[in-house]
Design a protein around this ligand. Structure first.
Ligand code: CP
Length: 322
């Protein structure tokens, strides 16, 4: 397919075919990352600004490295040391960056919809690196990439997302991508963090951990997001861990080939024990590695790069209708 989008704002608006195109292209970029010379000239002469107005380790460094591997010039904007602190608006900040001939703005912001707003007022490409509790599209893509690489398919997989779903942009992006590609998604956690309102998205919603993990091919654990909770949504972290934390005993109740995933940062001893986070079922660091390839693919495609077709057909068709 021909890539026509200027921006990557969310996965809700992408078709299954567009998602698969990004995944196929990312597979090629992963191979580039395994070469002695890991750089390609695709974005030579272009400028990428990482406009992160919220903290980040993985996503910011991954976008920075992705842009460098594509030979772009990269600027990391530091919100704390910027004129945002003097009251300059996000729009004025972004338009001033554009006035410096910036080609891409990668934005993380606590306000849902901030990337969509910038995409309407800027000529530059806008990439959403996480907006409030709305979406984190490149995290959703790298999660699906990792599942597809490990399991050979997405269609028909049982994927359980466990934890703080209500406040999770990662959950929303995963749900959109997984549903479009034909996976069955179960959401599990305390009822206050996994409301029934997710059922219309086509997900199974449950607070019974044993039921949620027994038939899962993938368990994607989410961090309890203290920074987004305005009031306590469960009695204590200890109670959360005793009811929903994944430890060795609970891992033993899962399928023998289950994948344990987590977008990071991990609250060790809360949503997952170190035994499991660092164990043989965990692909948490592989997710980080794959994030680089996915972000290279996204920057490459929205810059007008020619998509890579699948080298070989997947074991089962991924292109399930939306
Ligand atoms: N997964 C993720 O978004 O991590 P960071 O907040 O460190 O970017």
């Amino acid at each position: 397919m021909r890539w026509t989008r200027k921006d990557l704002l969310d996965l809700q608006s992408l078709s299954a075919e567009e998602i698969v195109t990004i995944l196929d292209t990312a597979r090629e970029f992963k191979a580039v990352g395994q070469r002695v010379i890991k750089k390609v000239p695709a974005l030579r002469g272009k400028t990428v600004v990482n406009l992160f107005v919220e903290p980040s380790t993985r996503t910011r460094i991954s976008f920075e490295l992705a842009a460098q591997r594509l030979s772009a010039d990269v600027i990391n904007f530091t919100a704390e040391a910027s004129s945002l602190k003097k009251g300059e608006t996000l729009k004025d900040t972004a338009r001033n960056l554009e006035a410096l001939n910036t080609d891409f703005i990668v934005i993380r912001h606590s306000a849902a919809g901030a990337p969509h707003f910038l995409s309407r007022v800027l000529e530059a490409h806008v990439v959403n690196a996480g907006d409030g509790a709305h979406e984190h599209p490149t995290q959703g893509l790298l999660d699906v990439f990792t599942m597809r690489e490990k399991k050979g398919r997405i269609a028909g997989l049982n994927v359980t997302i466990l934890g703080d779903i209500l406040y999770s942009r990662v959950a929303r992006s995963n749900i959109w991508a997984l549903q479009k590609l034909g996976a069955r998604v179960t959401l599990c956690g305390p009822p206050t963090l996994v409301p029934q309102t997710f059922e219309p998205m086509g997900c199974r919603v449950t607070s019974h951990l044993a039921e949620a993990i027994a038939d899962a091919d993938v368990v994607n654990l989410l961090r309890i997001q203290h920074e987004r909770q305005r009031k306590t949504m469960f009695p204590s972290l200890g109670e959360y861990t005793s009811l929903f934390g994944i430890n060795r005993e609970r891992l033993a109740c899962m399928k023998p080939d289950v994948l344990i995933m987590h977008p990071g940062p991990i609250n060790r001893g809360v949503e997952v024990d170190s035994d499991v986070a660092d164990g043989s079922h965990s692909v948490i660091l592989e997710q980080v590695t794959n994030g680089l390839a996915v972000r290279m693919a996204v920057l490459f495609l929205i810059n007008g790069g020619k998509p890579f077709a699948a080298a070989s057909p997947p074991a089962e068709p991924d292109l399930v209708a939306q």
